[in-house]
Design a protein around this ligand. Structure first.
Ligand code: HPA
Length: 273
């Protein structure tokens, strides 16, 4: 047994002892989007600090607990707070909870994030379904010896975000008269926001939004055979007037304002899965 599988087995045994029921859907909440947890009928929550081998979140706006509960009659496992590469975690640490979710029986992962937009048709507060991504120098978490138990050496990435879940989300939004954009998420390491030249480059290579999470988690979920849906909240515009600067506070505030619409879509999607 590899060291990783041994650790995962210990983590999973600990969680199974705390959470007696199995959840099929995993939810990861991005910056400023933690209030989704209030929509969950919580059965149990465990702070990350108590879970063996789990990294601990350090960023402002991230709660740092694993929650088991019910949304619209479906059992979910939610991460309130995620791990980012820019915090100093290795790519393998960043994706550890995704692997844990897989071993706990999760088949579908819903990801959310705050992102900067380079698409001139976007405005702050827009929600964008991620239909593809570009890794912009974010280290691939699968580099290293492949554990066949976890997934194949060379995973196919032609449908990293489930077309079926995207169609469901679009239909939900149409019925509720909520506007949803669709596009390509460019994953960067951060922690700097991008320079003006970098935002232009991100636009030129086909990106619509840019953010510091999601890509590594997506790769490991696909590696493990899970279905993924992901949504960005546009919290700032990368291509903008000379005088504006971007701050983390502004990002959190914009995410907060979009949160009710975001929560609605995620709740309805969970119902439809
Ligand atoms: N760039 C990278 N990450 C981000 C941004 C951005 O403009 N906004 C929120 N997360």
């Amino acid at each position: 047994m590899s060291d990783l599988i041994k650790k995962l087995t210990e983590t999973v045994a600990f969680i199974k002892n705390e959470f007696k029921e199995e959840a099929g859907i995993g939810v990861i909440l991005g910056s400023g989007l933690g209030n989704f947890i209030q929509e969950v009928t919580i059965e149990k929550e465990i702070p990350y600090s108590l879970i063996p081998h789990f990294p601990v979140s350090t960023v402002k706006g991230h709660g740092g607990k694993l929650v088991l509960g019910t949304v619209n009659g479906k059992k979910i496992l939610a991460m309130s707070g995620r791990f980012h590469f820019y915090e100093g975690y290795t790519p393998q640490q960043v994706v550890y909870p995704i692997r844990v979710m897989k071993m706990l029986g999760v088949h579908t992962v819903l990801l959310s994030n705050a992102a900067g937009s380079v698409n001139p048709n976007h405005k702050v507060g827009d929600m964008m379904i991620i239909n593809d991504h570009i890794s912009f120098f974010t280290p691939n978490p699968l580099v290293g010896k492949n554990d066949e138990e976890l997934g194949p050496r060379f995973p196919d990435m032609s449908e990293p975000y489930s077309k079926d879940l995207i169609a469901k989300a679009i239909s939900i939004a149409q019925h509720a008269n909520i506007e949803l954009k669709q596009g390509v998420y460019v994953g960067v390491t951060g922690p700097t926001f991008e320079t003006r030249a970098e935002y232009q480059l991100i636009k030129a290579i086909g990106g619509d939004v840019v953010g510091m999470s999601t890509v590594q988690e997506n790769i490991v979920a696909v590696h493990g055979g899970m279905k993924v849906f992901a949504m960005s909240i546009v919290t700032d515009l990368g291509i903008r007037d000379e005088e504006n600067v971007i701050t983390h506070e502004e990002v959190l505030q914009a995410a907060k304002e979009a949160e009710p619409k975001f929560t609605f879509i995620f709740k309805e999607l969970i119902k439809a899965i």
